[in-house]
Write a protein that binds this ligand. Structure first.
Ligand code: GDP
Ligand code: IMO
Ligand code: MG
Length: 423
C-alpha cells in the first residue's frame, strides 16, 4: 500500500478508526498528526470493542509502529490512562510500538478549565466542545506560550511551570465562579505521567523519514472531519486544528511529495455532534438511528445529530482534500428506509449553491434541495462481497461517486472489521 492519508469528509465520527484498522494490515507506520483526545475512534476487532482517543488505531495490530506527531495536542494524564486501559484489554503499548513527538503540545488541566469557561461565556453561541481543553491548548501554541512534550523530560522545570500556571489560572477560574484546580494533586498526576511517557518521546519527524527511506508504508489517521477544520469548516463551530489532508503533512513533518493517496471517509448519511449549522439535519432520521442504539459519541456519549447525505459538503471536501477514493461507512444504517433523500444543492435566499457558503450566518440560512432515491429494504450486514449489494444500494453509491467524480474503495455494512466490503 502506498503512503495514505485517511481523512473525515464530514463533521467527524465517519468511521475513520474502523477504516484505519482495516487498512493497517497493509501499512507499517500509523501516524496521528493533529487533534487530541477530543477524538474517539471505535474499532471492533474479534468481537472486542476499543475506543482510541490519542493513540493511532494501528496499535491493535501486532508488529506495527504508531506515531503521535508534532501537530497533536496531548493530555499526558489522559494518554497514560489510555495506555493502561489498552493494557487491561490485553494490548501492551511499549516505546517500541508508540513514538511521541517531542514537539507536540501539552494539554494541561487549566486548558480544560478555560475550555469550560469559554463555553459558559458564549451562552447560546457555545461551540459544544468536547471539554478536553483543545481550543485553549492550540491557542497557547499559536500565541507561543505553549508547553511542548519535550518539557516532560524536565520534571523540575515542569513542576515550577505547573505551579505558576495553575496559580494564574485558578485566579481566573475563581473570578468566574468556577471550581479551582487542586495544585498539589494536579502536579503529582502530571509529573507521574511525565515520568511514564518520557521513554516514548523522540524526534518523530526523523523517525518517519528513516522509515520512508527503508520503504515502509505510512498510514495517516485523521481526527475530526473536514467541516471541523479551523480554516475550511463551519467556523467558529469547528475544532482548532487543520483536520483536512494538508494537516497530515504539517502535523508530522512529512512532505506532500511523499503522499501517494488520500482516502476520504464519509457516512452514507450525515452526523454532527456539537453546535453549528447542519443543513440536512432531520429529526426523524435521528430518532430512527438513536432507537437502533446508534450515533452516540465515542468520547462524550452525547447523542449525535443526524441528517441526510449532503453532496454539497462532500463536493467541497473533495476539492480541499483531493480524494483518490471514498470509503462509505454505515450504509447499513439506511437498510430499512423506503425512500432516501440526498442533498444535491443548497438554496440561499433563492440562489442555488453547489458548494457551501463561507460565512456561518449564511450557512445557517441555507435550506436543502433533495433528490430522492429508492431504499433497498434489506439487511446488508451479512454480505461478504461487494457484488452481493442489492441494485438499489449499488445505485445509491454510484449516485455519490458520479456526482463527486471519484471512486468508492470501501463500503461499511456493520461496525466490525470484517463488515467492510472492498470495491
Ligand atoms: P471515527 O471518530 O471517525 O473513528 O468514528 P467513531 O468511532 O467515533 O464513530 C463511528 C461509529 O460507527 C462507531 O460506533 C463505529 O463502530 C460505527 N461504524 C463504523 N463503520 C460502520 C458501519 O459500516 N456500519 C455500522 N453499523 N457501524 C459502523
Ligand atoms: P473524531 O476524531 C466529532 C467537535 C465537538 C465540537 C467541536 C469543537 O472522533 O471524529 P473541541 O473539543 O475539538 O474544541 O470541539 O468539534 N468534535 C468532534 N466531533 N468527532 C470528533 O472527533 C470531534 N472532535 C471534536 O463536538 O462541535
Ligand atoms: Mg469519533
Amino acid at each position: 500500500m502506498a503512503n495514505t492519508i485517511i481523512v473525515g469528509a464530514q463533521w467527524g465520527d465517519e468511521g475513520k478508526g474502523k477504516v484505519v484498522d482495516f487498512l493497517t494490515e497493509q501499512a507499517d507506520v500509523i501516524v496521528r498528526a493533529q487533534g487530541g483526545n477530543n477524538a474517539g475512534h471505535t474499532v471492533i476487532s474479534d468481537g472486542r470493542k476499543f475506543v482510541l482517543h490519542l493513540i493511532p488505531s494501528g496499535i491493535l495490530w501486532p508488529g506495527k509502529s504508531c506515531v503521535i506527531g508534532n501537530g497533536v495536542v496531548l493530555d499526558p494524564v489522559s494518554l497514560v490512562e489510555e495506555i493502561r486501559g489498552l493494557a487491561d484489554q490485553g494490548i501492551a503499548v511499549s516505546p517500541d510500538q508508540l513514538r511521541i513527538s517531542e514537539r507536540a503540545h501539552l494539554t494541561l488541566p487549566w486548558h480544560r478549565g478555560l475550555d469550560r469557561l469559554r463555553e459558559t461565556g458564549l451562552g447560546s453561541r457555545r461551540i459544544g466542545t468536547t471539554g478536553r481543553g483543545i481550543g485553549p491548548t492550540y491557542a497557547d501554541k499559536a500565541q507561543r506560550t505553549g508547553l511542548r512534550t519535550s518539557a516532560l523530560r524536565q520534571p523540575v522545570r515542569l513542576a515550577a511551570l505547573l505551579n505558576e500556571r495553575l496559580q494564574e489560572n485558578n485566579r481566573l477560574l475563581e473570578a468566574a465562579g468556577e471550581p479551582t484546580i487542586d495544585i498539589d494533586t494536579t502536579c503529582r498526576a502530571v509529573l507521574a505521567a511525565a515520568a511514564f511517557l518520557e521513554p516514548f518521546l523522540t524526534d518523530t519527524t526523523v523517525y518517519i523519514h528513516r522509515q520512508i527511506e527503508q520503504g515502509r508504508r505510512l498510514l495517516f489517521e485523521g481526527a475530526q472531519g473536514t467541516y471541523l477544520d479551523i480554516d475550511h469548516g463551519t467556523y467558529p463551530f469547528v475544532t482548532s486544528s487543520n483536520t483536512t489532508a494538508g494537516g497530515a503533512c504539517t502535523g508530522s513533518g512529512v512532505s506532500p511529495r511523499r503522499i501517494d493517496r488520500v482516502i476520504g471517509v464519509c457516512k452514507a448519511y450525515t452526523t454532527r455532534v456539537g453546535e453549528g449549522p447542519f443543513v440536512t439535519e432531520d429529526d426523524s432520521l435521528s430518532d430512527r438511528l438513536h432507537h437502533m442504539g446508534r450515533e452516540f459519541g465515542a468520547t462524550t456519549g452525547r447523542a449525535r445529530r443526524c441528517g441526510w447525505l449532503d453532496l454539497v459538503l462532500l463536493r467541497y471536501a473533495h476539492m480541499v482534500n483531493g480524494f483518490d477514493a471514498l470509503a462509505v461507512t454505515n450504509l447499513d444504517g439506511l437498510d430499512e428506509l423506503d425512500r432516501i433523500q440526498v442533498c444535491t444543492a443548497y438554496d440561499l435566499d433563492g440562489v442555488r449553491l453547489e458548494t457551501p457558503p463561507s460565512e456561518v450566518e449564511d450557512w445557517e440560512r441555507c435550506t436543502p434541495c433533495y433528490e430522492e432515491l429508492p431504499g433497498w429494504r434489506t439487511s446488508l450486514s451479512d454480505l461478504t462481497d461487494i457484488k452481493q449489494l442489492p441494485p438499489r444500494a449499488r445505485a445509491y453509491l454510484d449516485f455519490i461517486a458520479s456526482d463527486l467524480g471519484t471512486t468508492i474503495s470501501h463500503v461499511g455494512i456493520g461496525p466490525s472489521r470484517e463488515q467492510t466490503l472492498v470495491c
